[in-house]
Design a protein around this ligand. Structure first.
Ligand SMILES: [Zn+2]
Ligand SMILES: [Zn+2]
Length: 114
């Protein structure tokens, strides 16, 4: 997401926040974009990947709650962030897709957790 009150004509790294922890974009904190400017940082993504893909501990969410990245409700495992008040969720499809995107970017230094 974008920081509230950010000037769209003059955006800087601090204006782009991870939807799942509200920390800003930084070189050591790569991000992947979802729909409508939603963002997930590499750290949240690693945590989500570990829980949902590696450990199979994903949770189902009640309809119509939607994934913060694809904005769709899905019948599949999700990861829920407890770091922010809104407690957003991300679906397994977005976790896998975002992980693949970060992995392809050598600058991100991101590796999928095992
Ligand atoms: Zn984050
Ligand atoms: Zn999704």
């Amino acid at each position: 997401m974008q920081r509230q009150g950010a000037d769209p004509e003059n955006m800087s790294a601090e204006d782009f926040l991870c939807d799942f922890c509200l920390r800003c974009w930084a070189p050591q904190r790569p991000m992947v974009e979802g729909h409508r400017g939603s963002l997930v940082c590499g750290e949240c993504l690693a945590e989500a990947h570990r829980a949902v893909v590696v450990r199979g501990e994903g949770i189902s969410v009640p309809d119509p709650e939607a994934c913060a990245l694809c904005l769709m409700h899905k019948d599949e495992p999700h990861w829920r962030s407890t770091k922010v008040e809104a407690r957003p969720v991300v679906c397994r499809t977005c976790i896998k897709r975002s992980g693949a995107i970060l992995e392809k970017d050598p600058d991100s230094g991101w590796k999928r957790p095992e």
